[in-house]
Design a protein around this ligand. Structure first.
Ligand SMILES: [Zn+2]
Length: 397
């Protein structure tokens, strides 16, 4: 049998609605947008998991013991224990498809693809709105656990810091939990104070949140002296220490405004909030003029530097299989605009943390410098010494 085209497969699927075929194997009942029943392969009942059929996209899944799923052809393969070719024969075999039918099938496939994309775009927009509500409920950052935490690290806050706020009680979600009906839902494993930063997208709209969970310790019961740190959050299953920072929503091309300026002449951009604040603190304490400056945190190195045109071999690091590790190259992919640097900026200062992988950081900084280069603009790259970030440097000073 020659290769079967995508059109022919679609025609076979259209001719054999999943509901009809699955109903021939097991008894299904309707529940919401799907059909449930005992699994025709493993016999799993609703109580032990679920065999589900989705008419909307002609697919099935077993969450009982099979833990697999697919289309109508794979269902026949699995139930009958036959191969792909035999399954197609059982479904009536392939038929010649004329151009008109092929066009119809192609259009149907496109319509489904667009519907799927719209669903995920809708989901992202709903998530963005949820995060924006959280942001609006947050408190000004000054004189909170978040500002005390920063102070304890030797960092000062500008009087006006539009991009940072404080959440007294923010939930930390990790992994999933199963309820008695076998339904999965996100699991909350921690709740506590958090510093939050707002990502501002290139179109000026809110994009997402940068969250850092914090903890307060009372060092001595008789002389209550409070100390502040990042929260230690453990995975309840593995005991593994989880990252106390999370970024949610969309940060692509977006930045956190540590110091805002309508038309800055000088702009400092670093990866982390604390890195950027450490440079602001040092300049502020040295009495340097800051009137023409803006300070941004990009969240991570990839967002600071934008996409590379390709990945290249790391000069020294190897993967476990002995192959060289790949790193994004020094040259930008100019289809990705990266951050929107205001036209008014004639001096751009990029901060490279010394605690990130050195080659990765160096390439990212060079990539950013090339991407944001303009006639008459000076770009400076400042690296914290190896193993130190700017914040460590400031504390040592
Ligand atoms: Zn099953």
């Amino acid at each position: 049998m020659a290769l079967i085209s995508e059109d022919e497969l679609d025609e076979i699927r259209a001719r054999n609605p999943i509901f009809d075929i699955a109903s021939g194997y097991t008894k299904l009942r309707r529940s919401g947008g799907k059909l449930l029943g005992p699994c025709p392969m493993c016999g799993g009942k609703v109580s032990s998991g679920r065999f589900e059929v989705f008419e909307k996209d002609n697919s099935w899944a077993c969450y009982a013991y099979c833990n697999t799923g697919g289309d109508v052809i794979s269902l026949v393969q699995q139930v009958e224990g036959c191969d792909f070719r035999a399954a197609i024969e059982k479904l009536g075999g392939r038929t010649a498809i004329d151009a008109a039918r092929a066009k119809e099938l192609f259009e149907e496939r496109e319509r489904k693809r667009l519907a799927r994309e719209k669903t995920s775009a809708d989901y992202r927009e709903a998530e963005r709105k949820r995060l924006f509500r959280t942001w609006r409920s947050a408190l000004p950052i000054h004189a909170t656990t978040a500002s005390f935490y920063l102070e304890a690290r030797g960092l000062a806050l500008p009087d006006h810091c539009p991009g940072l706020r404080y959440l007294p009680s923010m939930a930390y979600w990790h992994g999933e939990q199963l309820d008695e009906h076998g339904r999965k839902s996100p699991r909350q494993i921690h709740k506590g104070p958090a510093m939050c930063g707002a990502f501002i997208r290139p179109d000026g709209k809110f994009g997402g949140l940068h969250l850092t969970w914090l903890a307060t310790h009372e060092s001595n019961e008789l002389h209550p002296l409070l100390t502040f740190s990042k929260a230690e959050i453990l995975d309840p299953d593995s005991g593994e220490v989880l990252n106390s920072k999370k970024m949610r929503g969309s940060k692509t091309g977006a930045y956190i405004a540590i110091v805002m300026h309508d038309a800055p002449r000088r702009l400092v951009i670093g990866e982390g909030i604390e890195t950027v604040l450490s440079v602001w603190t040092a300049m502020h304490q040295a009495g340097r003029p800051l009137d023409d400056m803006a300070f941004w945190a990009a969240g991570d190195l990839g967002n600071l530097a934008g996409r590379a045109n390709k990945t290249i071999n790391h000069p020294t690091l190897k993967r476990p299989n002995g192959q060289p590790q790949k790193v994004p190259d020094r040259f930008p992919d100019l289809d990705d605009p990266g951050l929107s640097i205001p036209e008014s900026v004639d001096e751009l200062i990029l901060l490279g943390d010394g605690d990130s992988e050195p080659v990765l950081t160096e390439y990212a900084m060079e990539r950013a410098a090339r991407r944001y280069a303009r006639e008459g603009r000076v770009i400076r790259i400042a690296f914290a010494p190896a193993g130190l970030d700017f914040n460590d440097l400031l504390r040592a000073a």
